[in-house]
Design a protein around this ligand. Structure first.
Ligand SMILES: CC(C)(COP(=O)(O)OP(=O)(O)OC[C@H]1O[C@@H](n2cnc3c(N)ncnc32)[C@H](O)[C@@H]1OP(=O)(O)O)[C@@H](O)C(=O)NCCC(=O)NCCS
Length: 170
């Protein structure tokens, strides 16, 4: 993490787009059933295939994820129809760029949730003064590549087994 940054740490803001709400992770406990929905999502086969979630994951690991956010990470719970629908986060990197991590709960997939969530967070970060945002994806993760491309993230190449996209502030 950089020792100083012009835009980090951001505030604890709720972001809203119609029926989609990004709730600061500090409030995730206010969503009914969120812990159970997070646990279910974390063992879903696509989560295991495409993310770094440990497999098998223990309840201790998930409780730690649920109860705290590491320094240098800004995380929101995605809420749709009053239900936990996934999470999205930015991780500040040493070069002052921020890197996305995200997942949609299985029940909420395929209806544009993550495309809209990435747009909300992208617009928010740029409005605060972020200069560069990045998304890295395993090559076969077509849904996640769509999310990046539909948000005008630009393909910059492949290395370390990942496909990399970035977007700069205008
Ligand atoms: C990747 C992921 C976050 C997408 O979330 P989502 O809310 O379903 O995404 P959207 O509904 O916004 O869909 C994005 C695009 O991908 C397409 N898509 C969705 N699922 C797809 C699939 N399984 N295969 C191919 N395309 C798919 C959608 O059709 C949409 O494109 P379109 O608008 O042109 O139709 C979700 O599949 C997920 O959580 N996967 C497991 C965790 C993960 O991969 N995280 C990202 C790691 S980089």
């Amino acid at each position: 993490m950089p020792t100083s940054s012009s835009w980090w740490p951001p505030g604890d803001d709720t972001l809203v787009d119609g029926g989609l709400t990004l709730l600061p992770w500090s409030q995730v406990g206010t969503i009914a059933g969120a812990r159970e929905d997070l646990f279910a999502a974390s063992t879903d086969p696509r989560m295991v295939a495409w993310t770094t979630v440990p497999s098998p994951v223990t309840s201790e690991m998930l409780n730690e994820f649920f109860d705290s956010v590491p320094k240098g990470v800004l995380r929101w719970a995605i809420v749709v129809e009053d239900r936990y629908a996934g999470n999205i986060e930015l991780r500040l990197k040493p070069d002052d760029a921020a890197h996305f991590g995200y997942n949609t709960a299985p029940w909420a997939r395929g209806r544009g949730v993550m495309t809209r969530a990435v747009k909300l967070v992208t617009d928010y970060a740029f409005s605060l003064g972020a200069k560069t945002l990045r998304i890295s994806v395993l090559p076969g993760n077509i849904a996640s590549r769509h999310v990046a491309e539909m948000n005008e993230y630009v393909f910059v190449g492949k290395h370390n087994g990942h496909v990399h996209y970035h977007r700069h502030a205008e």
